[in-house]
Design a protein around this ligand. Structure first.
Ligand SMILES: *Cc1c(COP(=O)(O)O)cnc(C)c1O
Length: 396
């Protein structure tokens, strides 16, 4: 069942898409733990180095049959021509933004970014002569002002972490395309289940597969999706020579994760809405931030772009760090961890962990308060989670 003859619904493709069986007819996809590939003749080796079809392989750093199955399956879900899997989400972000750039190029990025994404854009790219302008991603006038004739690339997270602002992918893509810039979207929070960002105008979508694609907290991985030219040309050339390839084992875990991602993400999003509604107006909370709630400033955009509010909620506690710590320490089911998209519900205090590198002014500017706790909602019973959170709030 190849992408070319894809007439099935996403849930069918998530179970069968990209499957290649060996001569043994194994039912579950095989894990090919091999660095290299044997050629039947010197001529075959020569031919493969001249042109290597999608289902033939040269070396593990370039590609692997298990990795290819994962790439085909996620490409089908995203509606992309091609995918390249990487060792981590950051390897995917790094290649997707670095591969097309050279000294003298200009980049515009949203300023609310995952710490390591910010490091690449703020520290690494300028060292090699790339100029980066940061904007408030929700402010279309700011994007318009920052974009220039020499802007080569635009980068943002479709849902900002941890403040959960939604960036209008279609509007920003239209502005970027007007100056000929490539639009690269880190789409982790929106997930490939709830959104189709390539259809909304993004040129390239990247994921940390570590999050919802694995979904059970086991392996690191990442993936770049987009046109065949961009992924198999620009990015693959860069990646295969710089070595950020995913291990076949991790790719196999991600491939099996895709079989259940639709069910998991929809269940997690439904629980998230139920929990956000149950906690709204709680006396210990300044605010419940969840894009699926009607009071979220970009609720309509969220529903248009993502079908649902996603699997992450931010609670802004009255008070600050002490109150947030008391909540975290009183929870019994929700576990303190900075990961997200896991089957287990997880909570983190961004100011003292994931966003510790930011100054107080930067946190204030991004709305990351000392009382903010980010919740990644898992697959536990929603009523148990509500009870756990309410009990913990009582302890605050
Ligand atoms: C986790 C995450 C990353 C990095 O992914 P890794 O797999 O940890 O390298 C990048 N962007 C976002 C939005 C993330 O949540």
């Amino acid at each position: 069942m190849s992408k070319r003859e894809n007439t099935y619904q996403p849930r069918t493709n998530l179970v069968h898409g990209g499957t290649q069986r060996s001569q043994f007819g194994e039912l579950s996809e095989a894990m090919f733990l091999t660095q290299g590939f044997a050629y039947a003749s010197a001529e075959q080796a020569e031919g493969r180095f001249i042109e290597c079809p999608d289902d033939e392989f040269i070396y593990g750093r370039y590609g692997n049959p298990t990795v290819r199955m994962f790439e085909e399956r996620i490409a089908m879900l995203e509606g992309a021509e091609a995918a390249f899997a990487t060792a981590s989400g950051m390897a995917a972000v790094n290649a997707a933004v670095t591969a097309p750039l050279k000294a003298g190029d200009h980049v515009v990025a949203a300023k609310a970014l995952f710490g390591s994404c910010l490091y690449i854009l703020e520290e690494i790219l300028p060292r090699f002569g790339v100029e980066v302008t940061f904007v408030d991603g929700t402010d279309l006038a700011a994007w318009k002002d920052a974009l220039r004739e020499d802007t080569k690339l635009v980068f943002f997270e479709s849902v900002a972490n941890p403040t959960l602002e939604i960036i209008d992918v279609k509007a920003v893509s239209d502005l970027a395309h007007a100056v000929g810039a490539i639009v690269v979207v880190d789409n982790v929070f929106a997930t490939p289940v709830l959104s189709r960002m390539l259809d909304r105008g993004a040129d390239v979508v990247v994921y940390s597969a570590t999050k919802h694609i694995d979904g059970q907290g086991r392996c690191l991985g990442g993936v770049i999706l987009g046109s065949r030219d961009y992924v198999r040309g620009t990015c693959e050339t860069y990646l295969k020579h710089t070595g950020a390839s995913i291990s076949p084992f991790n790719a196999w875990v991600m491939l099996k994760g895709l079989e259940t991602i639709d069910l998991r993400v929809r269940a997690q999003a439904a629980s998230s809405l139920k929990i956000a509604e149950a906690l709204q107006g709680h006396p210990k909370l300044e605010r419940v931030i969840y894009p699926g709630l009607k009071d979220h400033a970009q609720h309509d955009l969220c529903m248009e772009q993502m079908q649902a509010g996603g699997t992450v909620i931010a609670l802004d506690l009255k008070g600050g760090r002490d109150e947030a710590f008391r909540l975290l320490n009183a929870m019994k089911i929700v576990t303190i961890s900075n990961n997200l998209g896991d089957a287990k519900s997880l909570a983190t205090h961004p100011v003292t962990t994931t966003h510790q590198r930011l100054s107080e002014e930067q946190c204030d500017a991004l709305g990351i308060t000392k009382g903010l706790v980010r919740l990644s909602i898992g697959l536990e019973d929603a009523d148990d989670l509500i009870a756990d959170l309410k009990n913990a709030l009582d302890a605050v």
